[in-house]
Design a protein. Structure first.
Length: 92
């Protein structure tokens, strides 16, 4: 299951989601075309981020340098979007 923060103000963060099956925190920064995937993050860390007075400050202090991460291009093509492609359609 993916939990997404939908209503927040931040001068640093644009999009924040947590994947409960994989324990990854997905973060998209403002003015960036990359999504950062932070690995092995506990759900409580996501809740603490959500409740922080400043998401950017909490992220910088508690997450940024404390978890392994990878960068991927955004937007991400989700699995369900890939499944919608008709691979049997012939080009005319």
């Amino acid at each position: 299951m993916k939990i997404t923060l939908t209503e927040f103000e931040s001068s640093l963060l644009e999009k924040v989601s947590f994947n409960t099956k994989a324990n990854v925190l997905e973060v998209k920064f403002l003015h960036s075309d990359l999504m950062y995937i932070y690995k092995d993050v506990e759900l409580i860390e996501f809740y603490n981020l959500q409740e922080a007075e400043s998401l950017g400050s909490y992220f910088a202090k508690n997450i940024r340098n404390n978890y392994e991460f990878e960068k991927i291009e955004y937007p991400i093509i989700m699995e369900y979007e890939i499944d919608k492609v008709d691979h049997n359609k012939e080009d005319k």
